[in-house]
Design a protein around this ligand. Structure first.
Ligand SMILES: CC(C)(COP(=O)(O)OP(=O)(O)OC[C@H]1O[C@@H](n2cnc3c(N)ncnc32)[C@H](O)[C@@H]1OP(=O)(O)O)[C@@H](O)C(=O)NCCC(=O)NCCS
Length: 175
């Protein structure tokens, strides 16, 4: 398995074909008081499946976006995209997906470690990302890599289309 820069247009099809969904039997519920938030792990039955949406411009939706793929035996098995923000010296990760056939084999870690290395060279101070309170597996993954919860936004997602109290969560890790 190698991590290499995403090449457009050659890699478009392989990246688009990645299954970006996850299924979980646990989620996080946000408990709010007037001046505090707590996250509580709760079981869900039946299991929840969610697929992360991909915009048409996944390979360059943000100004100065960098993208990497994980390739195994000629197939694309992972993808990440990120930007180095100059004004606050922060690297923002916009996409991270690993093919289900290759999960729990270190591919996601290799992609994130490459992003952190790139952030180091770009002299940013932390790597930041948004995920959702439903993404229990991804949250375990980020915490395993040393990311810490750094904020949330209870108003970002439309409750008319997002069920189970889905809330935006933000995680960051020092470079
Ligand atoms: C989240 C994701 C990128 C992780 O990629 P991965 O290649 O499976 O992760 P790794 O193999 O590097 O995992 C490293 C460690 O993270 C933790 N981890 C990863 N997936 C986990 C899961 N489903 N449940 C609990 N812990 C998990 C484990 O500690 C794991 O180490 P271990 O396998 O030795 O126990 C992948 O599951 C994925 O693409 N999910 C769907 C899309 C998604 O949720 N993307 C994130 C959007 S914010």
């Amino acid at each position: 398995m190698i991590i290499r820069p995403f090449r457009q247009p050659d890699d478009d099809e392989g990246v688009r074909a990645l299954d970006r969904s996850f299924t979980t039997v646990n989620i996080y519920r946000v408990i709010q008081t007037p001046l505090s938030f707590t996250l509580e792990q709760v079981p869900v039955h039946p299991a929840v499946t969610k697929e992360f949406p991909f915009d048409a411009d996944f390979g360059g939706g943000h100004e100065g976006e960098h993208s990497l793929v994980a390739e195994d035996g000629g197939s694309i098995v992972g993808f990440t995209a990120f930007t180095h923000e100059r004004w606050n010296r922060r690297t923002a990760v916009w996409h991270l997906y690993v093919a289900p056939s290759h999960r729990r084999q270190g591919v996601g870690s290799a992609l994130v470690e490459t992003v952190i290395e790139d952030a180091h060279f770009a002299r940013t101070r932390c790597v930041w990302l948004e995920t959702t309170s439903l993404a229990y597996p991804a949250i375990q993954f980020y915490r395993h890599l040393g990311f810490e919860l750094c904020g949330m936004d209870t108003s970002l997602y439309d409750p008319a289309v997002n069920l189970l109290g889905e809330t935006a969560l933000y995680f960051s890790r020092s470079v």
